[in-house]
Design a protein around this ligand. Structure first.
Ligand code: EPU
Length: 419
């Protein structure tokens, strides 16, 4: 797996229809949440990704039963017999930190290793820890191991976040759903994936109000039971396939998507000169006109422009007429794809958190290495619209977030293969 590469022959217009996969950033916390529910949980539209398999390995290690077949994940947590996640499993995916809230909620304790920094830069968990403390957990953080204990159970409280962190909001919801009393999160993250988590937990018997707003109120319940839940569509996968089509001046119809999830980036493609039509759970994009530069794109928490779409949209703008500017405000180190794009002929200057793209006429295929999930996808988007062959190594990053990436692209006429 480790030495696999994607080889892309650029210059073929993409055209066709794509059913967008289930959202990774919704399924991962929901899979973790399933360990708190008695009986069977059935998750439909669960994306087949390496991060999903990593989640299954964590659940299995904890004593739960997991079965994954044809995008349906069935979890039976009745055999839960551990509250410790070993280092190797914790490090398989960054979002393993979400097991802190889930395990505290399920058994009143957890022992995890510190997830550490990642390809996007330092990823502190101070807000997660201080929230768990506020809810009554004692937290010991020594030699990279975090032990949280709540012998008397967690209790509700008011938690004001200094920043609307997605993971912290999810961890608090998970810890609070079975805590004693009411928890209020002020300045909560408003991402749609948080709404999906709350929807799931409410189906399981939870009492969560306000998800998707800045204030979320969770009234603790005694028990949760399993349910059947359909994972929401992946808005970032939709943005990626739209970008891939735009990069080749092609046309694409995304099906199975709620266009409201995509408001923050659809307007950017319209500014580029793409025709976008929204109808009945579909987004049709025609990018046959010459692409134009766009107004400054500033990544922000939802409903702002998503940081996860920054690299892939930048890959399209490399060939747009004029100058485009990005300001990355969420992660310190989210321009690592820029070197690869420059190697392919792009004109990009990065100064701190600002990137200035001066559109060029052509990109050229090159040998590049995926730096992170979305950065790797951006290289593929650029490669599809480039002259010549692009070879992307380290594609395990891409496999973390895209289901059958090359088959989807190939189904629209892209010349791409995995070697
Ligand atoms: N932060 C802190 N302290 C904390 C927690 C976060 O300083 O205790 C900082 C982070 O360092 C970062 C910022 O807050 O600078 C935002 O982090 P957040 O907690 O919102 O992000 P996350 O939960 O770690 C999720 C997604 C990311 C996505 C971000 C922002 C999942 C599994 N991951 O990460 O997705 O970029 O929210 O929207 O939901 C991706 O899919 O490619 C990806 C990286």
């Amino acid at each position: 797996m480790q030495n696999q590469k994607l080889v892309i022959e650029g210059g073929h217009k993409l055209s066709g229809e794509v059913r967008v996969q289930g959202a990774k950033n919704s399924s991962l916390p929901i899979i973790a949440a399933s360990l708190m529910c008695q009986g069977e949980t059935v998750l439909k539209n669960c994306p087949a990704l390496s991060d999903t398999y990593a989640s299954c390995r964590i659940l299995t290690h904890l004593g739960c039963e997991c079965r994954f077949s044809g995008n349906t994940l069935t979890v039976k947590p009745d055999g839960l017999n551990s509250y410790e996640i070993p280092d190797d499993l914790m490090h398989e995916m960054r979002s393993s930190i979400i097991y802190m809230g889930a395990l505290l909620g399920a058994c009143g304790k957890c022992c995890l290793s510190f997830p550490g920094g990642c390809e996007l830069g330092p990823r502190p968990i101070d807000m997660h820890l201080s929230a768990m403390k506020k809810m009554g957990a004692s937290v010991k953080d020594e030699f990279g191991i975090i032990e949280c204990m709540a012998d008397k159970g967690l209790h509700g409280t008011k938690i004001t976040l200094r920043y609307p962190s997605v993971g912290t909001t999810e961890n608090i919801i998970l810890a609070a759903v079975k805590a004693k009393g009411e928890t209020i999160i002020v300045n909560a993250a408003r991402e749609p994936e948080i709404v999906d988590l709350a929807l799931f937990l409410n189906k399981c018997g939870g009492k969560i109000k306000g998800a998707g707003n800045s204030t979320v109120v969770i009234e603790g319940v005694e028990k949760l039971h399993g349910c059947m839940h359909y994972i929401m569509p992946d808005r970032i996968a939709a943005a990626t396939y739209i970008s891939a089509a735009a990069s080749t001046n092609g046309e694409i119809n995304i099906i199975g998507i709620d266009s409201n999830l995509c408001d923050s980036f659809i307007s950017v493609f319209e500014q580029m000169g793409c025709n976008v039509y929204i109808y009945d759970g579909c987004i049709y994009v025609n990018a046959k006109k010459t692409l134009k530069s766009v107004n400054k794109i500033i990544t922000m928490p939802h409903p702002g422009f998503p940081t996860d779409a920054q690299a892939i949209v930048m890959a399209v703008l490399c060939k747009a007429e004029g100058n485009s500017i990005f300001e990355e405000n969420i992660f310190e180190n989210r321009y690592r794809h820029v070197d690869a794009l420059v190697k392919m002929g792009a004109d990009i200057k990065v100064i701190g958190k600002v990137a200035v793209i001066n559109g060029v006429k052509k990109l050229y295929g090159a040998k590049v290495s995926a730096t992170d999930l979305r950065g790797g996808a951006a290289m593929a988007v650029a490669g599809l619209g480039a002259e010549g062959t692009t070879e992307i190594s380290d594609i395990s990053h891409i496999d973390r977030g895209y289901e059958n990436f090359e088959s989807v692209i190939a189904s629209m006429g892209g010349k791409i293969k995995r070697i």
